[in-house]
Design a protein around this ligand. Structure first.
Ligand code: DAK
Length: 257
């Protein structure tokens, strides 16, 4: 594993996965996502593990999918790469996953945190779906999960303006479980994981599956819709312009083509 660190028994029955591309603010490239998928599958099959924590570092949980890797892609490239199967497998993890978030949780980073079952944040955490600023839209569930978590008006504003939501507001809006001082966010995640790890692993898995079931059919349909529109963004010149502008550190000039 090059881009994640996995500790299967960070505490009794609790595994820790740390995203580890600190210089790139843990931008989620394809390799990192593949490693994360494989690690979660292994931990899900490991009887000693009852809860899993995913974290980044103090500055960033993850600043999104790797824009440098995506910038030159066409809609057909995106279709052929089929990152969605990786995200789908992550979503199918049966054991509870807690995201311990500090700093940036943006784009795919925010979507990854929302794919987890609970979110503990440090007071410096910032959540956002800024894809619109680089000429695309959320592609890994952001339009669906964010809307379900914080409601249409707030989600619409975040998705259409790319504005970030600080941890305190995210707690008020119900996006996260709680916010704690930065030096405590990982401890707090471990405390929650330890509490869950005391319960019956069978009942825990069944309960997680049941809570998720409450919106699953609707979510499947919503994700399908989002994916089609996400691919379509890659057929636009604005996507190329938006992502190249990020890489070249300049403001984009969108033309609506
Ligand atoms: N991709 C690649 N590199 C990134 C990055 C990213 N998302 N975010 C940051 N970096 C890199 C920067 O380019 C910089 O690299 P160097 O220039 O040093 O080589 C380094 O990390 C440090 O970043 P900054 O110098 O920019 O740091 P600042 O503190 O000034 O700014 C920032 C921090 C987070 C505000 C800024 O870096 C930023 O705006 N980053 C981009 C945020 C963003 O737009 N995120 C959304 C990306 S699109 C899908 C699944 C998921 C997705 C799509 C499809 N499928 C399943 C198909 C998700 C899409 C996205 O997430």
């Amino acid at each position: 594993m090059e881009f994640i660190l996995v500790t299967p028994q960070a505490q009794p029955h609790v595994a820790l996965i740390q995203l580890n591309r600190p210089k790139e603010l843990n931008a989620l490239n394809l390799q990192l996502m593949g490693e994360l998928r494989d690690a979660l599958k292994e931990l899900d099959e490991n009887d000693e593990v009852r809860a899993i924590i995913i974290t980044g570092n103090e500055r960033a949980f993850a600043a999104g999918a790797d824009i440098k890797q995506m910038a030159g892609k066409t809609a057909i490239d995106m279709l052929n790469i089929d990152q969605f199967s990786t995200w789908d497998q992550i979503r199918k993890t049966k054991k509870p996953i807690i995201a311990a978030v500090s700093g940036f949780a943006l784009g795919g980073g925010c979507e990854l945190a929302m794919t987890c079952d609970m979110i503990i944040a440090s007071e410096t955490a910032m959540f956002g779906q800024p894809e619109i600023k680089i000429g695309v839209m959320p592609g890994a569930g952001g339009t669906q999960r964010l809307t379900k978590a914080i409601g249409k008006a707030k989600a619409m504003e975040m998705v259409l303006t790319g504005k970030f939501m600080p941890a305190e507001e995210a707690e008020k809006q119900g996006l996260i479980n709680r916010v704690v001082p930065v030096e405590l966010y990982l401890d707090e995640a471990f405390k929650l994981a330890a509490e869950i790890a005391k319960m019956s692993p069978v009942a825990t898995k069944l309960a997680k599956e049941s809570v998720n079931r409450s919106f699953e059919t609707q979510l499947d349909e919503g994700l399908h819709f989002e994916r089609k529109n996400f691919y379509l963004c890659f057929a636009s010149e604005d996507q190329t312009e938006g992502m190249n502008a990020f890489v070249e550190k300049r403001a984009p000039e969108f033309k609506g083509r």
